[in-house]
Design a protein around this ligand. Structure first.
Ligand SMILES: Cc1cc2nc3c(=O)[nH]c(=O)nc-3n(C[C@H](O)[C@H](O)[C@H](O)COP(=O)(O)O)c2cc1C
Length: 206
């Protein structure tokens, strides 16, 4: 059962979750434990009508490096030219230097199934699918951070998904939503400013 102590711990975990770009590939958890951690986060994330459409592919070592050193630069070159690759080279190298990447997909086959089963809400299901992916991502991000990883989230999926799916033999129905890079945090997160709470959350009543 939840307690005041668990609320305090949860707030501490979510307050510590930040975007960290300076990563190395120093190991933190054994790989099996790392994958289990991500499985737990994704399992507990809520989804519309409990569809559980998030699918996560964890890439480590050579596969992770190949993504950031080869697949993304080649896709960028094709889509935006040499200058775009040069401009992103430092960032991509920093992602490759991390320990791994969790690729967050949504299985669109399940979303289409929902649209057919509940036509009244058909336009909403893709939106809820995106939201569900975000929920799986934030649980994963926070849990990784709580275990001592540095994490950042990237979005090159529109350029790289087809190559990735072919290379990793993933179903055609998988839609890549985000790439979560993680590793040993070599430097803290940058400064962050906050909009005042009272501008973002207000209350009427009772
Ligand atoms: C939906 C979403 C998309 C984001 N996309 C990117 C991205 O493509 N690249 C990136 O470096 N950070 C991305 N971020 C990270 C945000 O820039 C970051 O969360 C924000 O500046 C607040 O910093 P914090 O994560 O340290 O709290 C994204 C965050 C969210 C929630």
């Amino acid at each position: 059962m939840a307690t005041k102590a668990s609320a305090k711990n949860f707030l501490e975990v979510i307050s510590n979750r930040r975007t960290i770009y300076a990563l190395s590939n120093k190991q933190i958890l054994p790989n099996a434990q790392l994958v289990q951690l991500i499985q737990s986060a994704v399992r507990e994330a809520p989804s519309a009508f409990n569809v559980q459409s998030s699918r996560v592919v964890v890439i480590l070592g050579r596969v992770h490096e190949n993504y950031w050193n080869e697949i993304v630069p080649q896709a960028l070159l094709k889509a935006a030219g040499e200058k775009a690759v040069e401009a992103s080279a430092g960032k991509l190298k920093a992602f490759a230097a991390g320990y791994g990447t969790a690729l967050f997909f949504e299985d669109t086959k399940l979303i289409k199934g929902q649209q057919e089963a509940y036509p009244t809400y058909a336009p909403n299901f893709p939106v809820w699918s995106d939201q569900g992916s975000g929920m799986a991502q934030i649980y994963t991000w926070a849990l990784l951070e709580a275990e001592g990883y540095g994490v950042n989230v990237q979005h090159y999926g529109n350029l790289t998904a087809s190559t990735l799916k072919e290379k990793l033999n993933l179903p055609e129905s998988y839609d890549l939503k985000a790439e979560m890079v993680f590793g040993y945090p070599e430097a803290p997160a940058g400064e962050k400013t906050y909009v005042p709470d009272h501008e973002r959350v207000i209350c009427f009543g009772p």
